[in-house]
Design a protein around this ligand. Sequence first.
Ligand code: PEP
Ligand code: MG
Length: 325
Amino acid sequence: AQERYASIRDKPAETLCGTRVSLHMNAGLMADLPSLEGSGAEGVGLFRTELQFLVRNKVPRRAELASLYSTVLDAAGGRRVAFRTLDIGSDKVLPYMKRQEEPNPALGWRAIRVGLDKAGVMRMQLQALIRAAAGRPLTVMFPFVAQFEEFTAAREHLLRELDREERLGRPLPSKVEIGAMLETPSLAFAPRQFFELADFISIGGNDLKQFFFAADRENELVRRRYDTLNVSFLTFLEQIVGRCNETDTPVSFCGEDAGRPLEALCFAAIGLRNLSMRPASIGPVKHLFRKTNLNEAREVIDKARVSGAQSVRPAITEWMNSLDW
Ligand code: PEP
Ligand code: MG
């Protein structure tokens, strides 16, 4: 199977109906970077920056982070890397950061909420990113944005740091893209201005699904209870894609489900054109895309919908089994 995937490594993820889907990889460690070459990923759709904070016993220094991010950009060799700012709290706890006991950490003080409340740490990280990118494009995304104002506030921090670096006479990135992760249902209903302001949106399906179904992603009692291919969830994702399309805001999906071929196929069938996944999933997902017709997948999904099915999985599985792939 590995050889089969190697043979399509440099080929596009293009379906039989001629639709191209961009496949990117998720990363978070320097050790992940060599996979960029091997997997055929077009770039890094999600670089989780919290690992560098989690493996230490104190907040890393700016220079240390800048050098690390710069090495990541070097390794990417001009391919886009979407750096996600520190996403801690909930399942990702920094041992050295004092925090209160929270009754429900998944709904608590996490990600951009911490970033905005402890702006010193976020600004330090933004400075490190700006310095690492000097002369090269920089892509930053903020995690767990629940309302428009959180995005504008975080974006302002980044713009201020860019100004500051410029005043200090330091080289700036050649271009800066500022995006938001859509991981809470509320953001899907944000005003149009949010979608216009965001340079791109990345759907964090792991969290989005947990909040959509109110089912803790860490809780074995409930985490497998709701199917990602549930008709209501797919319809919700489709509406998000629709809102992004209205404002021409690029949208991608970077949760774990993007790396499951069947899920990836359904995401493409409802309009997603950019998926980010673990490197090992790129081959299998691309292989399936190259063997399928999205219009047919779409018909299967639509039929399942009108039939009142809870999930499109049985129908799409049956259709796939009839294909030769
Ligand atoms: C997600 O929530 O889907 C996501 C990509 O972020 P994480 O899994 O790191 O929370
Ligand atoms: Mg998340």
